[in-house]
Design a protein around this ligand. Sequence first.
Ligand SMILES: C[S@@+](CC[C@H](N)C(=O)[O-])C[C@H]1O[C@@H](n2cnc3c(N)ncnc32)[C@H](O)[C@@H]1O
Length: 288
Amino acid sequence: MADPLRRDDWASKAHGWVRNQRVFDHAFTPFTDALLAAARIGTGMRVLDVGCGAGTLLQAALDAGAEAVGVDIAEAMVAAARERAPRASVHRGDAQTADLLALDGGTPFDRVISRFGVMFFSDPATAFANLRAACAAGGELAFVSWREGETDLFTYGLEPLRAELADPPGPPADDTAGPMGLATQGHVGSVLRDAGWVDVEVVPLVGTCDFGLDGSDGVDERLSVALAGTVGIAVREELFPIVGQQAWDALCEKARSDMRRRMVRGSVCFDSRAWLVTARNPPGTSRG
Ligand SMILES: C[S@@+](CC[C@H](N)C(=O)[O-])C[C@H]1O[C@@H](n2cnc3c(N)ncnc32)[C@H](O)[C@@H]1O
């Protein structure tokens, strides 16, 4: 079986993410709203968005009157974020190891936030300690990560393609660096506590991801997102060389018809599970 995690390379995946950014923003609305409500970003705060992608949260932080700083490991994401949120300061770097204070002027952050950008660290406790080192004493962390049991996000719409493979790639493993890297409550809690965060709260969320964009039925949008994701890339790499273009196109068409049959109120929708995680940097610990 192909190992989708080995393909979890943001340098190449970033282009698909940027291309589908409006779809992600629409589909992830429930998670974005919950995260921003928990983060309580206020005027004049310094906010660090970790794994900022194409800049959605950076723009939200700016809209809330904050000073927004983004860090992302992928060049294509950094370029897209700079375009999307020109008033934000966006840096390319590995948030696990980069000196995040030195990256941006040395003033600690009041908020460290992330929408699905903090599950990819090879050493999560070190990474979250590094994030804490950039946070002001008493400052807060708020992020969302995919929760154990989530499968549709990775496989919905790909069923006819996966069915062609004897041992198709499935959703990534829980608590292993990748999209499901912070999947179980116990793991998330121990990572954060090991990293020195306190008042850790890990709350389950269920959100309806709606792929219908600007009145569309969301079928093409969902297929595009699914094929650009961890499982979709692995399926294509395995299946396409075996079946060739014509059969691949026919299978994609079948995927579209299947999704049309399952639409809810006129668009492709399904519920996804995430954690809403909040924590605090204890007083007297900032190095800024
Ligand atoms: C699932 S995307 C989320 C992007 C963005 N937060 C959003 O919601 O649109 C994950 C992001 O994390 C970034 N990323 C992965 N590992 C990283 C690391 N070690 N340091 C910084 N960014 C990282 C990826 O490049 C990607 O932009």
